[in-house]
Write a protein that binds this ligand. Structure first.
Ligand code: SAM
Length: 268
């Protein structure tokens, strides 16, 4: 839904959610989706801003100094935290749905509003794609998405990885698109590679693809993969040709640099 508004106070506008600053005189800002345009009084477009995600700000300037210690601890210990109550029926239901489909499995962990899940289902029609997210609000937006080889499950991905690894699941392709970065130094434990379920994540799969707009996240993730498997995945900077997911679109349109790492364990 589009809206327009006029700003009459002063000539300096500190942008939408403070992500940029522009001067305005007598004009109109037009917002539509993630696009923001500024037209002058005669309707001439003089500026187009696309999306407004702030760049990641962190008090970390490289790989976390506790990363190795954390990953090694998770490799050496069994994670005993009880599963959340909702995780058990969610996993049973997901397993039933996958088995009923009878196709090899692709996971889209942290699928958000499901655009990537649908894209994967179309790209791999001979696979079954499961989109997992804990957010009811995001999954409600995915409610209109349907395909015969796709389903969504609302649960916690860390529990799900543990349950799937314990059940001996084999995941052909696993997508981890734009995980929440948790950029504060004290938040390492919330990042995928800083969580005790990380070794289970790696046990599950063959092919992995992770994308992010925070290079340090990927440097840490690949270092953690190396600590566990002895293999160091490459990191590449990329320009999306088509947007794979909602956040990819948002970050790219906000001018962020995007990074990805794609790697396979061939012995699985
Ligand atoms: C930045 S969004 C990215 C969404 C989507 N992959 C995309 O690229 O558009 C991160 C997503 O991960 C989900 N998420 C974060 N932690 C989670 C967890 N522990 N279990 C399940 N989903 C989680 C959030 O609800 C959110 O939808």
């Amino acid at each position: 839904m589009a809206f327009s508004c006029r700003f009459s106070i002063g000539s300096f506008f500190v942008g939408y959610r403070n992500s940029y600053s522009i001067f305005q005189e007598n004009g109109i800002y037009l917002k539509s989706g993630n696009d923001l345009k500024y037209e002058d009084g005669a309707g001439v477009l003089i500026l187009t801003m696309s999306a407004n995600s702030p760049k990641i700000i962190s008090n970390q300037f490289g790989i976390h100094d506790k990363l190795t210690e954390t990953v090694q601890k998770h490799m050496a210990t069994i994670y005993r935290k009880p599963l959340a109550k909702f995780s058990i029926p969610a996993f049973i239901e997901a397993e039933k749905t996958w088995q009923a489909c009878g196709k090899p499995l692709i996971l889209d962990s942290g699928c958000g509003t499901g655009e990537s899940t649908l894209r994967l289902a179309r790209l791999y029609p001979s696979h079954f794609v499961l989109g997992i997210d804990k957010s009811a609000v995001r999954l409600q937006k995915a409610a209109g998405i349907s395909a015969s080889n796709l389903a969504f499950v609302r649960t916690d991905i860390f529990d799900f990885w543990r349950q799937a690894a314990a059940a001996g699941w084999r995941v052909e392709r696993h997508y981890l698109l734009y995980p929440n970065p948790w950029p504060k130094k004290r938040d390492l434990k919330h990042r995928y590679h800083g969580h005790p379920a990380f070794p289970d994540l790696l046990r599950l799969g063959r092919y992995f693809e992770i994308r992010t707009n925070w290079e340090i996240y990927l440097q840490e993730f690949t270092t953690a993969v190396n600590l566990i498997s002895g293999f160091l995945p490459q990191i590449e900077r990329f320009e999306p040709v088509e947007f794979f997911s909602n956040f990819e679109k948002k970050f790219h349109r906000s001018g962020h640099v995007l990074y990805k790492s794609c790697f396979s364990f061939h012995n699985r």
